[in-house]
Every structure is written in structure tokens, then in C-alpha cells.
Design a protein around this ligand. Structure first.
Ligand SMILES: [Zn+2]
Length: 181
């Protein structure tokens, strides 16, 4: 008899605890399924928080040449930008939002007059097929700024050629620490 009472008490506590858990649950926001933006292959589990600005705001922040490429999908004239591969190592960042896009080690001289890379930093660029299906556009994954296009005539190991507009990026050498003003 005594034993059964103890059992009942334990069950009672468990029921109360379960009830409490149920009551307190609505205050916890369920994690949304954030897989929609991710591609199925080669995506790092790094979360990129989008930078969203109006076109008017971008116009103030960017130079006319940067705005033309990044926000209006323009293309700079070949051989006019900073397209040569460098001797120093570093990273090419988005000129609009600063997200790192390409490592200098992946740059090569394609002879096109545009800075060319065989691999972006994983997850930091978005690739979408142009409306007519002829080309694949490359955008910054954080601000959606237009960077250039990717083609399949690149060198090993990927065979890809990310043909970028130099004006859409800013190079930061490895040894220099980013200015902290
Ligand atoms: Zn960006």
C-alpha cells in the first residue's frame, strides 16, 4: 500500500512537470527551417545575414562605377580594372558590404581583362542562371550585389572561371589588419 502511494506521487510529479513543460513551450520560438536559401552542395554552415538597402542608399554609399556594376548589373570595360593576379596573398571583399568573396590563391590570369578566379569562398556568392539560360550570374551572398558571371572554361581543379568586375571588389592583403577607426 505504502509502495503504491509512492509510485502515484512520482507519476503525479511527472504529470505536473510535463504540464509545466507544455505550458512554457509557447514562449520558446521554434527555430525556423532556414534551409531554403542554402544550396544542396558544398555549403558551409555559416549563416550570412543579408544586408538590405534601398537603391537610393546604395547610390550614396557606392561610386558611380560601383553602383553601375553592383546594383545595375553593368560590366566594366575589360582591362580597365585591377585584374592582375597578385604576388601578395589576401582576400577580395565585396565593395558594397565587405563580405569576403575570393582568396587571392584562387585567382588566375584568364587573359580576359577581368579578375578571374577558379573558386569562391564557400557560401559567400550566389549563382543564378540568367533569364535566357545562357550565362550564370554571380552575386554577393550578403547584399545581392552583382559581381560577374561564372563559366565552365576555367583551370583545374574546378574547371570554373569566375569572371568578376574588379570595381565590385576590394582587395585586402593578409598582413594588413583591417583599419579599425
Ligand atoms: Zn556584398
Amino acid at each position: 500500500m505504502k509502495n503504491r502511494n509512492v509510485k502515484f506521487a512520482v507519476v503525479g510529479v511527472a504529470v505536473v512537470a510535463a504540464g509545466f513543460a507544455r505550458l512554457s513551450q509557447p514562449s520558446v520560438v521554434a527555430a525556423p527551417n532556414s534551409q531554403s536559401a542554402a544550396k544542396s552542395t558544398g555549403v558551409k554552415k555559416e549563416k550570412i545575414v543579408k544586408v538590405v538597402r534601398t537603391e537610393a542608399q546604395w547610390k550614396k554609399l557606392l561610386t558611380a562605377a560601383q553602383f553601375d556594376v553592383l546594383r545595375q548589373e553593368g560590366t566594366e570595360r575589360a582591362f580597365t580594372g585591377d585584374y592582375h593576379p597578385r604576388k601578395e596573398t589576401g582576400v577580395y571583399n565585396c565593395a558594397a558590404c565587405g563580405l569576403s568573396l575570393y582568396r587571392s590563391e584562387t585567382q588566375f590570369d584568364s587573359g580576359t581583362g577581368w579578375p578571374s578566379f577558379w573558386k569562391p569562398i564557400a557560401g559567400h556568392v550566389q549563382e543564378t542562371t540568367d533569364a535566357d539560360g545562357s550565362r550564370t550570374e554571380v552575386k554577393c551572398a550578403r547584399c545581392d550585389g552583382h559581381l560577374g558571371h561564372v563559366f565552365t572554361d576555367g583551370p583545374k581543379p574546378t574547371g570554373l572561371r569566375y569572371c568578376m568586375n574588379a570595381v565590385a571588389m576590394k582587395f585586402v592583403a593578409d598582413k594588413k589588419t583591417p583599419a579599425k577607426k
